[in-house]
Every structure is written in structure tokens, then in C-alpha cells.
Design a protein. Sequence first.
Length: 281
Amino acid sequence: MQKAYDSPNVQGMPTLAQSMNVFIEKKVLNGVTVYYGKPSNVSKDFINSIFFHIHSGAYVFGKGEAGISEGIVLAASLNIAMVSVDYKMPPDHPYPAALEDVISAYNGLLELYPNHNILIGGSSTGGGLTMAALLKMKELKLKLPDVVYLGTPWSDLTKTGDSYYINDGIDRLLVSYDGLLEEAAKLYANGINLKDPFLSPIYGDLSGFPPTFLITGTRDLFLSNTVRTHRKLRDVGVEADLVVIEGMSHADHLFLPFAPESISVFKDLTNFVKNHFKKEE
């Protein structure tokens, strides 16, 4: 299943990168494989900035070049350089391997770019893992990123929330929690309670998180995950903006990056990041 899912994404990556004028280079950062992406025209607002990307894929898909399409789309849309983490995944590497890789790569990023503005984030699994990483960064007392991007985050691995039921069979991508998603969650957790905050960070202490930008859609199976995360962030005093796109299924803003709705949201995200980054010298 992993090979069948990832193969077309690997094959399509060079075309996507070329069409969006993003140069991709495979590197190793603090022992972790990453993909560095640089758009042809980096914005003057983001010269000393980096997007630390964490890919999606239900914790089991998106290995290697198959996991960097979102990083390419956002690097091109925001005109910002990015580093995408190729974290280890089940079945060979269940929790906490992915989280450990993200933290290791992030430490490497801090050493490489000590004075850069950092945008951290991803969609779906990438969003949930971003939140888990921020909880771990707080625990380890690491310097936190400046801004957070959460695209329809998988912030709760349990079937909790209205849209898990209302949008069951409506979401064109995820379709349903029952089946693949549930089994992927259990495979990743490897026997740990799914409500553990490092698995389902919605149950963690989100206070102190950097300013956060969240995206979802009215047909998204993870609409409730995103809304609940936004509300919890606001309740603990974190500045958080929530965008809900009419008629959008899970992460359609990435699969349809040139749709008017997607372009509009990327513009909002760009402005949000600019407003919360330290001013470039």
C-alpha cells in the first residue's frame, strides 16, 4: 500500500517543482534526511526566513520525495525557502520515531539558521505532528518557531468531533475514519493510548504556542479537529486565525493550489506570517 500510494507522488514531484520554479535538494540535517526547497524568487520579506515543513500521510505514507508536494506548493505560494522532514514511519518505525526525527531535524535547523525567522507546519498528519513537536519543544525548553501553520490538523487520533460523523462519506479524500485512518492511527501509536498528548496533541497544554494559522473546509472530515484546535488555542491566549473554505474536502487547498479559494487563503497565510515574523534586517 505504501509503495502504491507514494509512487505517483514521487513521479510527479519533479514536474510539480519545475512548474512552480522551486529547486529541490536532498540533504541530511542532524542525522535526519530532509529536502531543501528554494523558490526562484524568494520574497524580500523572507530572505532570512525558513519554512520547516512536516508532511502528511496518516503517519504511514509520504516517504522521501512523495512527502514534499505541500512544501513545494507553500514555498512557491509564499516565496519562502523550505526544509521538509523525511521522518521515519511505521510499520518499521512506530511512535515515537517520527517525533524524534522532527525534533532532531529542528535542532539541526536552529544550528544552521540561528537568526532566521521560522515558520513550522504541515497539513493533516503534518499538522498533528507539528503540534506534538511544539509540545516536545516546550518540554525540552527549546527556542520555539515564530509562526505555526496547521492545515486541517489530525490533532485527535480518536473518533471525536462532529465532522467525523457529519462529513463521513462527504469528504472526497479521507471519506471515513473507519478503516484506513483508524488502523493507521493504531499502527503509529503502537499500543500507546491514542489520547496521549504526543499522539493527539489536542489533549495537551497548548499555552505558549506561537501565533497559529489554521485552514479547513466545510466538507473536511477533520473540520472538527481544526475548529477544536483553534478554540483551545484561543482559550489559552494564543493568537490564532481560522479559515474555513466553502465546499472544500480535506486539504483541497493543496490539491487544487490554483483554485481562487486556495490563492486567497495563501495570500492570507502570507500576510499572517509577515505580520508575525521579526522584521528582516
